[in-house]
Ligand binder design. Structure first.
Ligand code: NIG
Ligand code: FE
Length: 415
């Protein structure tokens, strides 16, 4: 099966196939080819360039030709931080927050993550899977072509494993790459009150090995935050990960900076996510490291908390990845298009930087840059054709509207 797309107004994100991510001020440079073509064979990108350099078609067998006159083509988004497997929504807490309670106050009275965990315990694995499958399909139709999904609403051995098995089934049945992250230490269940160390020990020394044995885990994670888990717990997670050869992706600096960034960097974490509260020492720790800062602007939008300060991160020469944090508590939306708009409008990222952050850098935050995240020779043909537009800048600018005409996954029309 071969596909040839011609007359593309802007072919966006044509990075060299060896480029893993884009850092610092270079994020403002996004390779674009005007009036371009794109050729796909067996689900992979085999050629692209300017129409003027198009070699012409000699072999018409099994070839579909699409005329993209006036339209842009972009790589699919790579969403490196989500909680897409959940048992139910929390609009009651949404209204409580409108009436004045804070996210932290709701959590303290037993809502928040514990609310989701209670719903999760009740739901069958089959139901969880079919709900998450529908959710993930909607995300792909919104342009997401690679996805990370966390456990963390189980908070007990059997329910954490149930979540991880659902993620594995999603991996097996969806056409996009999916990474699975074990977030056993997301919140302390009430039955472990006063026994936090014991709980972390249970998750890291009993549940994690079993999950690994079943082939359910790619990364480890912990919610490092006042009132949740401290640096000692974080160290336990980082070390458990290391013991089993798993990298860490850490929830850190969402409400308070307690030194988690430095610790994560020192232990070779793949990413540090949230960073709404960022101190000079955190940036210093990140400089020159291989740890990727991940910003989650739709979480900031929904909770009314600060946006991750991307300017100092970029000035320090660091890469930034953008992700949704899709979950029922702090971000009930998995729409990467909205994330890209928020990054431009609220975080003052240029559209070029935002697209780099939401595609190639997102792929890097899942170690998938060799497969997805850009229009590059040999990568999966995971891309979107937009509606007609003058430049791709219309996408973040005209926010809240779906600008995607067609989503292609592995060279086939998905929606
Ligand atoms: O990434 N911050 C911790 N965990 C999630 C929210 C979890 C929830 O409220 O259900 C987050 O924002
Ligand atoms: Fe999260």
């Amino acid at each position: 099966m071969r596909l040839f797309i011609k007359n593309i107004k802007q072919l966006v994100g044509t990075h060299h196939e060896d480029q893993v991510l884009v850092s610092g001020e270079e994020m403002n440079q996004l390779p674009i080819i005007e009036n371009a073509f794109l050729a796909v064979e067996d689900g992979r990108i085999i050629a692209f360039g300017e129409m003027a350099d198009w070699p012409g078609i000699t072999d018409w067998r099994d070839l579909e030709v699409i005329d993209a006159e006036g339209k842009c083509v972009l790589p699919l988004w790579c969403d490196s931080h989500t909680h897409t497997v959940f048992a139910g929504t929390r609009e009651g807490e949404f209204v409580d927050r409108i009436n004045g309670l804070s996210y932290e106050e709701i959590a303290k009275r037993g809502g928040g993550i514990l609310n989701s965990a209670a719903q999760m315990a009740e739901m069958s694995e089959e139901q969880l899977y079919s709900d998450a499958l529908e959710r993930a399909k909607k995300l792909i139709a919104l342009g997401t072509g690679a996805l990370e999904i966390k456990s963390g609403y189980g908070l007990s051995p059997e329910t954490e494993l149930k979540m991880l098995r659902v993620i594995k089934k999603l991996k097996e049945n969806l056409p996009i790459p999916i990474k699975s992250t074990f977030l056993g230490a997301h919140a302390l269940p009430p039955s472990y009150k006063g026994r936090r160390k014991e709980y972390v020990h249970l998750m890291m020394d009993e549940v994690l090995p079993q999950a690994i044995e079943e082939g359910l885990v790619d990364y480890v994670d912990i919610f490092t935050e006042e009132g949740y888990f401290d640096l000692e717990d974080t160290l336990a997670v980082l070390e458990a990960g290391k013991k089993y050869g798993l990298k860490a992706k850490i929830h850190v600096n969402q409400f308070n900076a307690i030194g988690g960034v430095k610790l994560a960097v020192e232990h070779g974490a793949l990413s540090v996510d949230h960073l709404e509260v960022l101190e000079e020492a955190d940036i210093e720790a990140l400089k020159g490291s291989g740890t990727i800062p991940v910003a989650l602007p739709s979480c900031s939008f929904f909770l009314g908390i600060p946006y991750t300060p991307v300017k100092p991160l970029m000035e320090a020469g660091l890469p930034i990845a953008l992700a949704t944090d899709y979950n029922p508590g702090s971000t009930p939306s998995g729409n990467m298009n909205f994330v890209v708009s928020l990054a431009c409008i609220q975080m003052k990222m240029t559209p070029e930087a935002a697209v780099n952050a939401a595609s190639l850098n997102g792929a890097a935050a899942m170690e998938l840059s060799h497969e997805v995240g850009s229009i590059s020779i040999g990568k999966r043909a995971n891309f979107m054709i937009t509606n007609p537009m003058k430049t791709f800048h219309l996408m973040p600018y005209a926010f809240g509207e779906n600008h995607i005409e067609t989503v292609f996954v592995n060279g086939a029309v998905f929606s």
